[in-house]
Ligand binder design. Structure first.
Ligand SMILES: NC(=O)c1ccc[n+]([C@@H]2O[C@H](COP(=O)([O-])OP(=O)(O)OC[C@H]3O[C@@H](n4cnc5c(N)ncnc54)[C@H](OP(=O)(O)O)[C@@H]3O)[C@@H](O)[C@H]2O)c1
Length: 266
């Protein structure tokens, strides 16, 4: 019975991971959310499925993560096959700003918040679930990164905005490398993956953000002339990511790839 834990499972890409994985009746799927009371869609899915469990933990809270791991262990006999670190912090109001244009009162805050969730939160999650992963069969750990954390893409496309988020995702890629090196001998595969540009927006962004997003889209279209200019739906992105995850071997552990399994980010 392959088992999966997915963080940030209340909505967006995380919810879609739970949905697709739970279609296989043999899988046991744990959706981890920071607030059960607002995770309506996931609770409905769990109500209608025998193989979906909902757990609550803020990934910035190491103790809550340990308790979640204990809950999983009770159901899986102490094992876990695959951990999908999907939860992330993205500041929505200031993501169009360049680092030099940041209001001073928010610069350190947004950097800290991004680091707390996207870097420290992932490390805490991995550490909490590692004892279970070590006893699992599949032994895979995925971290949802972003092309914005790819140094070459940022330089070559010309992306100066979303500094705190991008810096945290670049750091996350290094976190994955550190774990990959540490656990290569034990056969645990760690992978950073960018899901592509995926339509998970909950509402229209503020006008200033919208204008910068249009400018970014223009740059992306120039850099990737064969891109159709449309974001992926979560369904397609997750389907592609699961194919990459399934194929990933220990030789690739530590890599940072796109939903295509390579460095093509769109
Ligand atoms: N969408 C894209 O185009 C895109 C592109 C590149 C990379 N990514 C990456 O893909 C992943 C999923 O993206 P998405 O668009 O689906 O994101 P999203 O819609 O913003 O969802 C993020 C999820 O993370 C959860 N979360 C945030 N902080 C948390 C915390 N401290 N503890 C636990 N959960 C927390 C949120 O919980 P609440 O529901 O409680 O807020 C939410 O469920 C992220 O890692 C993101 O950086 C996305």
């Amino acid at each position: 019975m392959p088992s999966y834990v997915i963080t940030g499972a209340a909505r967006g890409i995380g919810f879609e991971f739970v949905r697709q994985l739970s279609v296989q009746p043999d899988n046991v799927v744990f959706g981890l959310v920071r607030n059960k009371s607002t995770a309506t869609k996931l609770l409905e899915l769990a109500d209608g499925s025998s193989n979906v469990h909902v757990l609550q933990a803020d990934i910035a809270d190491a103790q809550a993560l340990k308790e979640a791991a204990t809950e999983v262990a009770k159901i899986t006999d102490g094992t876990l096959d695959c951990l999908i670190n999907n939860a992330a912090f993205l500041e929505m109001e200031r993501r169009h700003l360049t680092l030099d244009a940041y209001p001073e009162e928010f610069l350190a805050k947004d950097l800290r918040d991004s680091f707390e969730v996207n870097v420290i939160g992932v490390i805490q999650t991995v550490n909490a679930f590692l004892p279970l992963i070590r006893k699992g069969t599949m032994k895979k750990v995925l971290a949802l990164s972003s092309a914005q954390g790819d140094l070459d893409a940022a330089l070559n496309v010309g992306i100066a905005i979303a500094g705190p988020y991008s810096v945290s995702k670049a750091a996350l890629n290094m976190v994955v490398v550190k774990y990959a090196v540490r656990f290569r001998d034990e056969g645990i595969v760690f992978l950073s993956i960018s899901p592509g540009l995926v339509n998970t927006q909950q509402g229209p962004p503020p006008p200033a953000v919208q204008a910068e997003m249009v400018a970014l889209k223009d740059r992306l279209e120039k850099f990737y002339p064969d891109w159709n200019g449309k974001p992926l739906e979560p369904e397609e992105s997750v389907r592609m990511q699961l194919e990459v995850l399934e194929k990933a071997t220990i030789e690739e552990s530590g890599a940072f790839v796109s939903q295509h399994g390579n460095k093509y980010w769109m």
